[in-house]
Design a protein around this ligand. Structure first.
Ligand code: NAD
Length: 399
């Protein structure tokens, strides 16, 4: 169980890019990183594309005004001159900026924590991975939901064979907030999401399904997808070529099959984030809106619901517990778990502690690149008429 005591020698000096007053995701980063104030200290920021608003925001969250910068390049240059300059930066800006800012941060000698989808192409991902290796830095990816410890319970139970051989994987991340085009016209955060120049080659596949795809890989690391077929639609026509709905069928190397539904036009849906894994003996099911519960169903036996923080859970799951039984945990706790692991990874990298890095389960640069490949393969399949694509190599062949 976690209680905020330090896991690394001292808090890391941390800066943010984006994530300011009007940002959807910025506060999630701060609640995650600053939950354990023994892990990160927020010291600098270039919080907004609007320099004045960014500075005003920084002052309003009680930061030193002189370290609220008009843009990230100024921040990197100024912080590099300080003895107490930042050593890690989080990037919470729209997708199309991630690659350039990550590259700049690594070149400035900073560790990076970046939003998903990481970049537009896997080539960019490989290039940044090589640069991070050369600089001896970590690049983490904020798949925030993946910090929910019940996913580690699923991972442990699958590894222990509790549901047998996996046969069917069912993934869903859907909502209905874009059932019409109103937000496309009125919300800055939605406008860029349907502009391929800023969002990249996809809308919901990148915006939503990269989370759920990563979570499925987290709980079933041995399950590699052999081929997939993606069918994507733009029910609001002005969003084309970007999709607001997609279905993906998957064949895994071990013979299992899967399907994923991602959508922002699932009108009325308020609880559409779900993972169900069906094995030869039983099934596991987790819903994000009841994230402290895990359904375990064995064929022929009464179904069970495992509850967070109970001693019968796996050690790996309870190691990420924060509040204890009888209390509700949620998304902020999942973000805090992810950020704590980023801190541990950065500290280990600084000390060349490869053993810690090898055993730490967290969304690293490889998870980010895997997410980009997931999108690339889905788009390639969909845009060739919803055909099966082999995905075992970097340049999938149509089959
Ligand atoms: P948003 O449009 O709400 O906010 C983006 C913010 O970035 C704005 O405040 C803008 O002023 C700022 N910005 C843009 N360019 C900048 C620059 N060059 N320098 C400094 N600030 C800049 O977008 P959002 O919904 O917060 O999404 C941002 C990123 O986070 C996206 O990549 C998105 O996919 C991701 N996201 C992730 C999650 C998650 O759960 N991990 C949730 C939401 C969004």
């Amino acid at each position: 169980m976690l209680n905020g005591e330090k896991k690394i020698a001292r808090p890391l000096r941390w800066g943010m890019i984006g994530g300011g007053r009007l940002s959807q995701v910025g506060y999630k980063h701060r609640t995650g990183a600053l939950r354990d104030h023994t892990a990160f200290q927020l010291l600098a920021g270039a919080f907004d594309i609007d320099a004045e608003r960014g500075k005003d925001f920084g002052v309003n969250i009680c930061m030193d005004e002189s370290r609220c910068y008009p843009d990230y390049k100024t921040m990197f240059a100024a912080e590099a001159k300080r003895e107490d300059g930042i050593e890690v930066v989080s990037i919470a800006t729209p997708n199309g900026t991630h690659y350039e800012i990550t590259k700049g941060a690594l070149e400035a000698g900073l560790h990076v924590i970046c939003e998903k989808p990481l970049f537009f192409t896997s080539e960019e991902g490989e290039e940044i991975k090589a640069l991070a290796e050369q600089k001896g830095k970590i690049v983490g990816v904020t798949y925030g939901f993946s910090g929910n410890q019940m996913l580690l319970q699923m991972r442990a139970m699958i590894e222990q064979g509790k549901i047998g051989e996996i046969r069917v994987v069912e993934l869903q991340y859907t909502h209905g907030f874009n059932a019409n085009d109103q937000a496309d016209k009125t919300s800055d955060a939605q406008k860029w999401r349907v502009d391929p120049k800023v969002a990249g080659p996809s809308f919901v596949l990148g915006d939503l399904s990269t989370h759920t795809y990563y979570m499925s890989q987290l709980i079933m690391p041995h399950m590699k997808i052999k081929k997939l077929l993606c069918d994507r639609q733009s029910f609001v026509g002005s969003r084309a070529p970007l999709e607001d709905n997609a279905f993906v069928m998957m064949h895994y190397e071990n013979g299992a099959v899967g399907r994923l539904w991602t959508s922002s036009i699932n009108a009325g849906c308020m609880d559409g984030h779900r993972i169900r894994i069906v094995g030869s003996k039983g099934s596991l099911e987790w819903w994000d809106n009841k994230g402290g519960e895990l359904k375990f169903e064995v064929q022929g036996e009464p179904s069970q619901t495992f509850i967070r923080a109970m001693p019968y859970l796996d050690e790996s799951c309870n190691a990420d517990e924060r509040l204890g039984a009888l209390h509700v945990e949620g998304l902020s706790d999942a973000w805090a778990n992810i950020y704590l692991k980023f801190a541990i990874a950065i500290d280990a990298k600084n000390r060349n502690d490869e053993e810690t890095l090898k055993n730490l389960v967290y969304p690293d640069i490889n998870a980010g690149i895997d997410g980009i490949r997931w999108i690339e393969n889905c788009v390639r399949s969909a845009d060739n008429g919803a055909v099966w694509v082999e995905i075992e190599n970097k340049n999938p062949q149509l089959v």
